[in-house]
Design a protein around this ligand. Structure first.
Ligand SMILES: [Zn+2]
Length: 126
């Protein structure tokens, strides 16, 4: 969206918040950011998502089949890495699994896959 298209849409007043958000998103030139700035951008987005939707939500429901009892999730957890070995989890790290709305989720019943966000009951579907 060009600036003139954005201004015209704003003057029309329709969907202003969404247009404004899209305008700011499209204006980002992430290819010009330094690596540390990219990390900061990712962390800022992660914090915002976690604030909006919480962490480690267990009230998931498959948007395809409606089941809510069996999912496969990609999680984050601390690991130990020794030179020349595979990363491994220590026994007491089992409580450190974490997931947020951005993590990949698959319904084991119907193989529907998407971000956890799509499986949250409180999120308005767009
Ligand atoms: Zn399903």
């Amino acid at each position: 969206m060009t600036d003139s298209e954005f201004n015209a849409a704003v003057q029309e007043g329709a969907g202003y918040k969404r247009l404004e958000a899209n305008h700011h998103f499209n204006a980002m030139a992430i290819e010009h950011l330094a690596d540390r700035q990219l990390i900061e951008l990712i962390e800022m987005g992660q914090r915002e998502l976690d604030t909006r939707h919480g962490m480690n939500r267990r009230d998931l429901t498959c948007p395809n089949c409606g089941r809510g009892d069996y999912f496969r999730l990609r999680v984050s957890t601390p690991t130990t890495l020794l030179s020349g070995s595979r990363p491994y989890l220590e026994d007491d790290d089992q409580d450190n699994f974490a997931w947020g709305a951005d993590r990949s989720c698959t319904c084991v019943h119907c193989d529907h896959e998407g971000p956890v966000l799509d499986f949250l009951p409180t999120v308005q579907k767009q």
